[in-house]
Design a binder for this molecule. Structure first.
Ligand code: ZN
Length: 399
């Protein structure tokens, strides 16, 4: 493949620089959106872009952009987020931002024509843990609703997987096909509060027993529907009134399901309702199910996924396609522009933790794959056309 090679040493050095901003004595990184460290990181990113010969600007919310001076859109946007959770590792978000800088810097240095068609971004507040955050993805949501989105033809993000699947499969790289949809439910079992000793088993309406049976049923239901593309979690279970000698009159579960397609989520929703109503009836109780929140499945642009997959295969024989089970700015971007992602593995599947780690050679492979996919996307957009003013139908269709 005729693309320039990134500077691996510079990539790793810049990652180390960024990791020092907001680093605490515990070895973890504290760069919650809007904190002093987060703002200092954004200043450092702007300066690094300047040193790389790029022109930078910051929008009203705090997204930091960089591009070749004088270049005009539409651009292929590369990036990720610069904020972190409290006590974070040094790769979640930061890797995608530093990789994006390295890609554009390499293209500029080698005089590659794709440089004029690429913009880079460090998004504001992806994590959503600041007190005034509205659930996260703030920077990408702001961009998606701003006039600048019309100048963006496609979006690419490289990120650490944040889970154990790639390492377990021995992968170096993965072309991400989309981001799972996430639905949260509150399940309430209603029974009859009564004396815990004087009520025989067969004469109770035990809401606690109904709820724990419902909790235990979640995993087999998910596994029977889709053992690969569906996951569920019971995050909390509480009994009322909550005393050892009282049969619970009411019991509440908070559950979450994540699925790779709306069809899988539909099927799961129906199966859970049937199972929970049956369990309630068997336990002499009734059941109410309330949807607390829902984030739809994000499906990435098939043509970009194909190009990313091809690039990954050309650079390693240990690569595959996979869905993301964690949320990313790319999910917001995919609602407006053709979008794709590339994953590198997370050692032991650990993220949102100071122990977050990915071997250097995979960080380098991922950044080179981002460059190659960005060049392929930019070339795809310009092929047979005088400018980037119109995306070919296959890309436009995904917007
Ligand atoms: Zn992230």
């Amino acid at each position: 493949m005729n693309t320039p090679s990134i500077n691996a040493q510079r990539l790793l050095t810049e990652l180390t620089h960024l990791a020092q901003i907001g680093a605490g004595p515990d070895g973890a990184i504290h760069r919650v959106a809007g904190s002093r460290a987060d703002l200092a990181a954004r200043d450092w990113l702007s300066k690094t872009m300047q040193v790389a010969g790029l022109t930078g600007h910051r929008d009203e919310i705090g997204n930091v952009f960089g591009r070749v001076p004088g270049s005009t859109g539409p651009w292929v946007l590369l990036g990720s987020h610069a904020d972190t959770v409290p006590a974070a590792g040094h790769l979640d978000g930061a890797y995608g931002v530093v990789a994006a800088i390295e890609v554009l810097r390499t293209l500029v240095e080698t005089g590659h024509p794709a440089a004029d068609h690429i913009e880079i971004v460090a998004f504001w507040d992806e994590e959503g843990v600041a007190p005034d955050s509205n659930g996260g993805l703030g920077g990408s949501t702001f961009l998606a609703d701003s006039p600048h989105i019309d100048d963006i033809a496609a979006y690419l993000e490289v990120h650490v997987e944040q889970g154990p699947r790639m390492e377990a499969a021995g992968l170096d790289l993965a072309a991400v096909t989309g981001i799972v949809g996430v639905e949260r439910y509150e399940i309430v079992m209603h029974g009859q509060e009564n004396h815990g000793g004087a009520s025989p088993f067969d004469m109770r309406a035990d809401a606690g027993r109904a709820a724990t049976r419902a909790a235990a049923a979640l995993r087999p239901i998910c596994q029977s529907i889709d053992p690969v593309g569906l996951i569920g979690n019971v995050g909390s279970c509480s009994f009322t009134p909550g005393a050892a000698n009282v049969v619970p009159g009411e019991a509440t579960l908070q559950i979450e399901i994540r699925g790779i397609s709306e069809a899988v989520l539909d099927q799961t929703r129906t199966a859970l309702r049937e199972a929970y109503e049956r369990i309630a009836e068997e336990e002499n109780c009734t059941c109410t199910i309330r949807k607390a929140s829902a984030k739809p499945v994000a499906e990435f642009n098939p043509e970009i996924v194909r190009m990313a997959d091809e690039v990954c295969r050309a650079s390693s024989d240990r690569t595959d396609r996979m869905a993301s089970y964690a949320g990313h700015d790319a999910s917001v971007m995919s609602t407006r522009v053709a979008t794709g992602m590339i994953f590198v593995p997370s050692t032991s599947g650990i993220s949102h933790n100071a122990l977050e780690h990915t071997p250097d050679h995979q960080l380098v492979l991922g950044t080179q794959a981002l460059l190659d996919t960005a060049v392929a996307t930019a070339e795809r957009l310009t092929t047979g056309q005088d400018s980037l003013s119109a995306a070919p139908p296959v890309l436009a269709a995904a917007a």
